[in-house]
Design a protein around this ligand. Sequence first.
Ligand code: NDP
Length: 315
Amino acid sequence: MSTDRADPIRVLFAAPAGAWETYREALPRAFDAAGLDVELSRDIPPEAADYLVVTPKGPIRDFSPFTRARAVLNLWAGVEALVDNPTLTQPLVRMIDPGLTQGMVEWVTGHALRHHLNTDLHVTGQDGIWRSHVPPLAQDRPVTVLGLGELGAACAQALAALGFPVTGWSRGAKAIDGIRCLHGSAGLETALRGAQIVILLLPLTRLTHNLLNATRLAWLPKGAVVINPGRGPLIDDDALLAALDAGLGHATLDVFRTEPLPPDHPFWAHPKVTVTPHIASETRALSAARAVAANIARAEAGDRMDGLVDRDRGY
Ligand code: NDP
């Protein structure tokens, strides 16, 4: 793509040092491939930066000196740590990365299949006892995915392709091939009451905070499994522990209110909880660099960027 600019586009990389090592080669390659003339640096004066590439853990807290910046591009899908920053008035873009999506599909299907097949019974029970448990077919195991965005829709479709009857729930009405799509509070109750496996792929916002509280956990059938790769505060921790003690089957949790999860947190010791350390999926440098370059190319051409965050909705 050619632009009319005489000067290069100045992109400030404002993420922690480890991320720079990951992206310092991938980003220039992606900019070249997109035909963009870009100066990429960790050291561009605020008033000269055209775009900012950030992570929520990056060094910038005050975005007000970046008066020229046309967008702030987050390397993460979740924006809850950025969206309420009053100094961040530039367009904010979250990460939509095919590599991140693929990783999430693999993690979610893997953990859903673990519970569906009850693989633990045989993996941990190599003790000479012939346990002839035959799992049901996927078609007899209803799954609900809360959140039908980039990640939720891909996971829902992968699970449906394996034969699970999948219900999805989102904020607005949706139509996705092979998925029963529900929305709104009545839709949530229906989605939870019928689910044997529930997967949370919602963003953390004012409306989704503690979404799975005691009342809604009680809508789940006895023995149901909760899988949360979304965000920790989507679930009320105490209500979850009480629900597990009252008959909920299991909770596989990748995200927590405090990360790393403190060693004395009851989740670690609970026999019905599996803790994974926020590894469900991560942004992959090569495909993410291409996504950043494509968005800058769109902005330079005056087109709408992919993944533009709606400040009022918070995602
Ligand atoms: P998207 O923004 O693409 O999708 C969000 C989905 O949630 C949409 O379907 C949206 O509905 C729905 N939603 C939002 N608010 C509500 C609400 N109040 N009620 C009902 N539905 C709601 O996000 P992604 O799919 O890209 O990512 C989802 C989350 O996954 C991220 O925000 C992040 O927290 C988490 N994540 C976790 C990772 C990990 O390793 N554990 C890695 C990457 C992301 P609608 O379609 O109607 O707008």
